[in-house]
Design a protein around this ligand. Structure first.
Ligand code: SIN
Length: 299
């Protein structure tokens, strides 16, 4: 993955300088629609280079009306951004172990999976780097996904707070999901071993992104249980402050789904949150995850 020479996320042009595609940022913080690419057809390398640039600069990119986008197309698209990395607790579709299911039945009364800003699966030693979602049967309205820009969140902290955060190590686990701290069973989750859920993995709270070379916050309240060397109470206060900061409106945006939308998010530099505003409606998407890299801190 080539690094850019930018000093700050705000230096990115985001929408200009493209020859082959059109890139339309959603807002001043995160995400852009990409027009002019049919992902069901082979695309020349120069188009891929522009798509990769749009992704690096916007963190989340989405393509509308990808009718006929098959599971093979999905796998091929995702692998442009890294090697496949299946998420252990999510069900897969038959014959495609790397294509995983995000489904909610209309009569499901349980909590919507993925509600609340987070990165996926930071309990893994190599947390997913990208997630690609294909919207197949989604409500006409409701069920958007929100995103937050973790470069911007880092860059808008005071220099003293940035320095402090760079010394922090987050201790991550899936205990609340499928370890001893888990409550009720999650609708989209396979049966997992409790010890796997309780396994702890350390990641720096400030990461240096392999795609851009820029620093970003890297923690979430779902999996980052505490800070190494700090008490539970101290950890909670610091993590709650950072979460509050990350979720400032000025760093976030929400993408509306339509059947045929294909979207990829950067799972290190962006938080995402499902929005639970579609009770009584069915929603079905398929996702493919890539990964294989270990986060590195700036120090
Ligand atoms: C997730 O958090 O992985 C799912 C997001 C969504 O369904 O919008």
């Amino acid at each position: 993955m080539a690094q850019t020479n930018q000093k700050s996320w705000r230096d990115f042009e985001r929408s200009s300088g493209y020859q082959h595609i059109e890139v339309l940022p959603l807002n001043g913080a995160v995400a852009a629609e990409v027009k002019g690419a049919d992902l069901t057809k082979p695309l020349p390398d120069e188009v891929w280079r522009e798509i990769e640039r749009a992704f690096a600069e916007n963190l989340v990119i989405y393509f509308r009306d990808q009718q006929g986008f098959s599971r093979d197309d999905h796998l091929a698209f995702a692998q442009r951004f890294g090697p496949l990395q299946k998420i252990p607790h999510i069900f897969s579709v038959d014959d495609y172990p790397d294509v995983q299911i995000v489904e909610r039945l209309a009569d499901d009364k349980r909590m919507v999976v993925g509600e609340g800003f987070h990165n996926d699966s930071t309990f893994m030693a190599t947390p997913p780097t990208t997630v690609t979602m294909h919207a197949i049967d989604v409500p006409e309205f409701g069920g958007d996904t929100a995103f937050a820009n973790l470069y911007l969140a880092y860059e808008t902290l005071s220099p003293a707070m940035q320095d402090f955060c760079e010394t922090l190590i987050g201790v991550n686990s899936a205990t609340a999901l499928f370890g001893s701290g888990a409550g009720r069973k999650n609708v989209m989750m396979k049966d997992m071993k409790t010890e796997e859920g309780d396994n702890e993995v350390e990641h720096p709270i400030v990461g240096v992104h392999p795609r851009t070379g820029l620093k970003h916050l890297f923690f979430n309240l779902v999996y980052t249980r505490r800070l190494k060397g700090f008490s539970e109470k101290e950890s909670r206060l610091i993590l709650d402050f950072l979460h509050h900061h990350v979720t400032s409106m000025a760093f976030t945006g929400r993408v509306r789904w339509e059947n045929g939308t294909v979207l990829i998010w950067d799972n290190w530099a962006a938080h995402h949150s499902a929005i639970a505003d579609y009770p009584g409606k069915y929603r079905y998407m398929e996702r493919v995850t890539t990964g294989g890299l270990k986060p590195a801190g700036g120090r």
